[in-house]
Design a protein around this ligand. Structure first.
Ligand SMILES: [Fe+2]
Ligand SMILES: [Fe+2]
Length: 397
């Protein structure tokens, strides 16, 4: 079947774009440089934003245009309009499926490296596409799910989280899809060098000796070596592994690189790494409050981390990141469950009424919508102080 020219209004997720008539600059903004499958409504909005009116689709590789009667079409539009928005629980459940799949794929890749082989890239590439779609649809869901780490799965889950965070920052910066996938790949394998650290050191509960610390500090270098030996990692992914512990002021490791001697992707990787490690909820031990972690990152901007990159990160994660316990102007406490474009108006799950000092039935309020009745976040509160632990209201066991 020949390709079809259709109007932008007819374009749907699942259709395969064969050609867009536009310049290279617009293509870079869309994030696609070749033919591709439309994976979300956001992607369609991005294309429309470039002023593009028509696109060629390939109905053999994706969905065709709807050719039912006008009545059917109206019914379909109406049913879409009345479709319930997906709940946080549904989005978290889907993100959890991806996290589990990702942990297994990574485990297989680690086994391949351990047995001296080359990493098989096909399953990894498929997984990166899925994480890319998930970040595109709702980056908050995958980042939230990745917060809660299993006792024995920390390295795997931290790696998946790092992968999603790298793609999300890249997306904020307007990076093209091919490059986002490279960022994700680097994120996924950034700590792969740890497989050469003896278990006794890696899992030592007490304080490490200076000699043991020196061994730990070799993992970025070992990671780079493993990736180069595998022969199928792009340069950006290798830089992510080798530079994610370097610091802007030259106090990092293994090379004590400083300033712009650290690659852009290395700068991104260091922020994503510190953020995920700080907010992780582990079976034993406390997790940092995401809002405080963001504040600390901001204080370190220009010192440990590149100033612009910290700003891009905050634009991605929000000033009240998902999982923050927020006090609203209406004297209620709620948990931030989703970001909006305006970082001060997230979606909040309200759970506590400060006027009556009592819990209330949880209710999700989008502060950017009229339903939020002009309410806004006043400040982040300490979960410890109120004994209100956000995880309890976000994850169902
Ligand atoms: Fe690391
Ligand atoms: Fe890490």
């Amino acid at each position: 079947m020949a390709r079809k020219l259709i109007g932008i209004k007819e374009l749907l997720p699942g259709m395969y774009i064969d050609e867009i008539k536009c310049g290279m600059r617009e293509r870079m903004r869309i994030g696609e440089t070749k033919d591709f499958m439309i994976s979300s409504k956001n992607e369609i909005a991005l294309i429309a934003k470039q002023g593009i009116q028509h696109v060629y689709i390939d109905p053999e590789k994706g969905l065709d245009v709807y050719e039912g009667s006008e009545e059917d079409e109206l019914a379909q539009v109406e049913s879409e309009a009345f479709r319930e928005p997906r709940s946080l629980e549904e989005e978290l459940r889907d993100a959890k499926v991806i996290l589990d799949k990702a942990s297994n794929t990574l485990k297989d890749a680690i086994n391949e490296i351990r047995s001296g082989g080359k990493i098989t890239m096909d399953p990894v590439k498929l997984l990166l596409e899925e994480i890319y779609n998930s970040v595109n649809e709702n980056k908050d869901a995958i980042v939230t799910v990745c917060r809660k780490k299993k006792k024995d799965g920390y390295m795997l889950e931290h790696s998946v989280s790092h992968c999603a965070l790298m793609m999300a920052i890249g997306q904020t910066m307007g990076v093209a899809k091919d490059e986002l996938l490279d960022l994700g790949l680097g994120g996924l394998f950034h700590d792969i060098g740890k497989i050469r650290i003896p278990e006794g050191i890696l899992k030592k509960p007490g304080k490490l000796t200076p000699e043991e610390l020196d061994v730990i500090k070799k993992h970025p270098l070992w990671g780079g070596e493993i990736m180069i030996a595998s022969g199928n990692f792009p340069e950006k992914a290798i830089s992510i592994a080798m530079e994610h512990h370097e610091r802007y002021d030259g106090t990092g490791y293994p090379y004590q690189l400083a300033g712009n001697d650290i690659s852009l992707v290395g700068q991104m990787a260091s922020i994503a790494d510190v953020y995920d490690a700080s907010i992780s909820i582990r079976p034993y031990g406390t997790a940092g409050d995401p809002c405080l972690v963001i504040k600390n990152l901001f204080q370190e901007a220009g010192k440990l981390f590149h100033m612009d990159m910290v700003q891009q990160f905050i634009k991605t994660i929000g000033i009240y990141p998902v999982g923050t316990l927020a006090r609203l102007e209406s004297d209620k406490l709620g948990i931030v469950i989703k970001q909006n474009k305006n970082l001060t108006q997230p979606v909040v799950r309200v759970v506590y009424d400060l006027k009556n000092n009592s819990y209330m039935p949880p209710k999700d309020i989008d502060l950017s919508h009229a339903g939020g009745r002009g309410d806004k976040v006043v400040e982040a509160e300490s979960p410890e102080k109120w004994k209100i632990y956000p995880g309890r209201f976000m994850f169902s066991e």
